[in-house]
Every structure is written in structure tokens, then in C-alpha cells.
Design a protein around this ligand. Structure first.
Ligand SMILES: *Cc1c(COP(=O)(O)O)cnc(C)c1O
Length: 432
């Protein structure tokens, strides 16, 4: 039901998440509260893993894009499901290693990795670094020389595809801070240069065309374009790159307006395109990697709030204020992202009125959403906002000196804290 199989309604007309009564969770752990269902996260990991086995004969690896939600328990779960992780900073790298993720199953990203981050990544033995510019590549080579190591790298390519939620367009020249352009020859040049470096193992190519994509076409196109690049380099140099990382970006359901593709359908469709592109160009099917973030944790998460204020502005709107806001979910103020909300303590009731759900931060733009259909709201109701597993906690802040909420993980009717609620002491920890 709703956006995720983790959600249901019980006999009390309460929302359940992973078999736990959301109203009871709010009482036991307090609000605001992030809730994440373990079963749903594991199911999503398995769908990806099984698809690689099925459509690529197991010759591939799924990396969880940890920027979507990065904490020790989530990384442990993803690791136990056989996925690797992609990390974009020293902090994510530290978290993944600390959670026990083997370094060779990590992929390091970033358009401005610092010298220290590169030393940390090479020193820890991360399996792959995705190179974004020439200075970085030369720095990795130098660090390796000093340490007596070799580092496998992939090259982040701009495949010339703009993937939008509802359409995609081919562009001659894409404007992005990430990666090497194809059409200018930049991508070819950097790979040729890498082949001359002693301490660099040229693994292959990478692209990530966007996020929350609901169409197959851009993914197919990207796979074709990367296969073409592998073939070009092979023809020019004789070196055939063995790896292709197709990034993440698979869309999930936030509201009824979203119509996501099932991940395994996507993987099957892309595998067919890739197989025929490789055959046509005379290259072998590469080892395939993907980096789903949102689609692993997004719909597995719900945020619970308590309604603390209702304000009617006649003929304009009704504001329903909750005890969190942009500090725990900045996606509305950043992108006007749409969410589905319901009242967890009367979750089967018919939605009668569109309301504006406002946070408690000192910004007029601090909203969870506008025009959100809800049943008649009363003070003390538990408001549940769905699909908040990805890019909510990971983008949360202490704006207004509001402590970050706890995160609770549910599983088959049981719950446990996986991230503690921040204390006042946490807020002043680094103040001197
Ligand atoms: C953000 C990102 C991802 C994950 O994207 P989702 O939309 O969450 O699947 C994967 N790879 C790279 C390089 C990214 O920047």
C-alpha cells in the first residue's frame, strides 16, 4: 500500500511501519523521529544483487551510494547483503570502513577530493577511485609511487545526456562540474594519459546521469555511449577497459505522480542494450557496476512528527505546524520536493483538505509541503511523511540549534534505535 510494502494500517486505524505501530513508536522514542524498515532496505539490496546475477551472469557489483543515508547500521546491512558502497568524502569513507565494509568494495567519488582524502583512500586500499580531473589523477599516481601501491581508477564521463524526470534530451555540450566531456575529446585524452602512468590501473569508465529518473531511455543511451568510448580507446591504443559503472539515479515513489520503473526491469533492459552495443563494437561485455542510493533506502523511511499548531488564514491556507522541518528534511526548501503525508493515528481516514505543513525553523520557506491532502487535523496528531529514507537525515542540519532526531529501525514488528537523538551536550560539543 501507499509507496512501500513496509507500510500498512492496523486495527486501530494506525499506520504501521515494518509491522510497528507508528503512534507507539512516536510515544516510545519521541518526535521528530526517523523510522527505517530493515526488511525493505534488504529487499531493495537483493533486487539489485539478484538482477546482476541474472542479467550479467554475476559479473558485476552494486555499490550503495552512501550519501543517501550514511550511518554504521545501514552500511552493515548493505554489506551483509553483498553490496559495496560508494563514498564521496573522507567522512563517508571513515563511516563505511568503521562499519566493516571491506575497502576493496568501496568506490571513492568527488569532484574535488582533497590531497588528504586521496591519501586516506589509497592508504585504506579502496577498490576504485573515480577520477574527475587530471590533477587528481596525477596526484593519485604520485601518492601511489610514494606508498609503493597501484590504484585502480575509473573515469567519470559526461555522456552528453540530460536526464530529467519526465523527459530526456541529448545535448551537444553539457554543463556540469562533474567529469570529462566526450565531445571535446577530454575523456579520450585523460584515458590515454592514464595509460602512461606507472601506478595507475585503468579499470574503466563511469557515468551518473542524474537522480529520481523514471525512464529507461537515458540509462540505455548512457550504456551505449560508454561502450562506444571503451571501443574507441581499444581501437586507438589496443587497451580494452574491462569495467563500466553506470551510476545511480533510479526513481522512487514519493507521491502518486511518480511512476518508477522496477529496478530489475531497468537492469534487464540496459543489459540487452549493452550486450548488443558491445557485440557491435567488438568489445567484451564489461564488469558492470551500479550505484543506487535513493532506491535502496528512500521508500523504506518515514518521518514522524507531532502536530503542535494549526493556523487558518481565511481564504488563503491552513498551516499545520510540526516539531521538525527543514532541519530534518531540507528537500522542500531546496527543490520543492513533493511528499505524501498522512495522520498516523487516523491513517485510513479520508483526506478532506489540502493543508500546508510547516516546520518550526525561523524561515518562511521552511515547509514540508503545500497542498498536502489530510483528514481534519487536530493538535497532538502524529503526522507521518513518507519516503524520507534518502537525502533527509544525510542532509539534516542543526539550524536553529535543533538537535537531530533519532533514527529507529523496524523489523517484523520490533524496533531499535540505530542513531541516537542528539543531546544539548552534542550541540555544544565542539564549542570552545
Ligand atoms: C548521487 C549519486 C548516486 C546515487 O544516486 P541516487 O539517485 O540516489 O540513486 C550514485 N552515483 C553518484 C556518482 C552520485 O553522485
Amino acid at each position: 500500500m501507499f509507496v512501500s510494502e513496509a507500510l500498512n494500517i492496523n486495527e486501530k486505524n494506525h499506520l504501521t511501519i515494518g509491522g510497528c505501530d507508528a503512534v507507539e513508536l512516536a510515544k516510545e522514542y519521541g518526535t521528530p523521529l526517523y523510522v527505517l524498515d530493515e526488511t525493505a532496505v534488504r529487499r531493495h539490496c537483493r533486487t539489485y544483487k539478484e538482477s546482476i546475477d541474472k542479467f550479467y551472469g554475476g559479473r558485476g557489483l552494486v555499490f550503495y551510494a552512501s550519501k543517501a543515508l550514511c550511518n554504521l547500521e545501514v552500511i552493515r546491512i548493505v554489506n551483509s547483503e553483498g553490496l559495496g558502497a560508494d563514498v564521496v568524502s573522507d567522512g563517508e569513507l571513515y563511516t563505511a570502513l568503521k562499519a566493516g565494509m571491506p575497502a576493496e568494495k568501496l568506490c571513492m567519488h568527488g569532484n574535488n577530493k582533497t590531497y588528504d582524502e586521496l591519501v586516506y583512500a589509497v592508504g585504506s586500499g579502496v577498490g576504485r577511485i573515480v577520477v574527475d580531473n587530471k590533477t587528481e589523477l596525477d596526484t593519485i599516481d604520485a601518492i601511489c609511487r610514494e606508498k609503493g601501491k597501484k590504484q585502480k581508477v575509473l573515469f567519470r564521463v559526461k555522456p552528453g545526456i540530460d536526464a530529467h524526470t519526465h523527459s530526456f534530451i541529448m545535448t551537444g555540450q553539457i554543463d556540469s562540474k562533474f567529469g570529462f566531456a566526450l565531445e571535446t575529446g577530454e575523456a579520450h585524452d585523460i584515458i590515454r594519459h592514464a595509460l602512461t602512468l606507472d601506478n595507475i590501473i585503468v579499470g574503466g569508465v563511469h557515468c551518473h546521469i542524474g537522480s529520481q529518473i523514471h525512464e529507461l531511455e537515458p540509462f540505455k543511451k548512457a550504456a551505449e555511449v560508454l561502450a562506444g568510448l571503451i571501443a574507441d580507446i581499444k581501437n586507438e591504443t589496443g587497451y580494452e577497459m574491462a569495467e563500466m559503472n553506470l551510476g545511480g539515479g533510479y526513481g522512487v515513489m514519493y507521491t502518486e505522480e511518480d511512476d518508477p520503473i522496477e529496478f530489475d526491469k531497468y537492469i534487464e533492459a540496459v543489459s540487452l542494450v549493452l550486450r548488443s552495443a558491445c557485440e557491435e563494437r567488438g568489445i567484451s561485455l564489461p564488469f558492470v557496476m551500479m550505484e543506487p542510493g535513493r532506491s535502496i533506502v528512500g521508500t523504506a523511511g518515514v518521518t514522524l512528527y507531532t502536530v503542535g499548531g494549526i493556523k487558518d488564514i481565511p481564504n488563503i491556507r491552513r498551516y499545520v505546524s510540526v516539531d521538525g522541518g527543514m532541519c530534518d528534511n531540507p528537500r522542500y526548501i531546496l527543490y520543492q520536493s513533493k511528499y505524501k503525508a498522512l495522520l498516523a493515528n487516523k491513517s485510513g481516514d479520508i483526506a478532506t483538505e489540502p493543508v500546508t505543513v510547516a516546520g518550526k525553523c525561523c524561515e518562511s520557506g521552511d515547509l514540508i509541503g503545500e497542498g498536502m491532502p489530510l483528514p481534519p487535523v487536530e493538535l497532538g496528531d502524529t503526522l507521518a511523511v513518507l519516503t524520507t529514507g534518502a537525502y533527509n537525515y544525510s542532509m539534516a542540519s542543526n539550524y536553529n540549534r535543533i538537535p537531530r532526531p533519532a533514527m529507529v529501525m523496524t523489523k517484523d514488528g520490533t524496533s531499535r534505535v540505530i542513531v541516537r537523538r542528539e543531546s544539548y551536550e552534542d550541540l555544544v560539543r565542539n564549542d570552545i
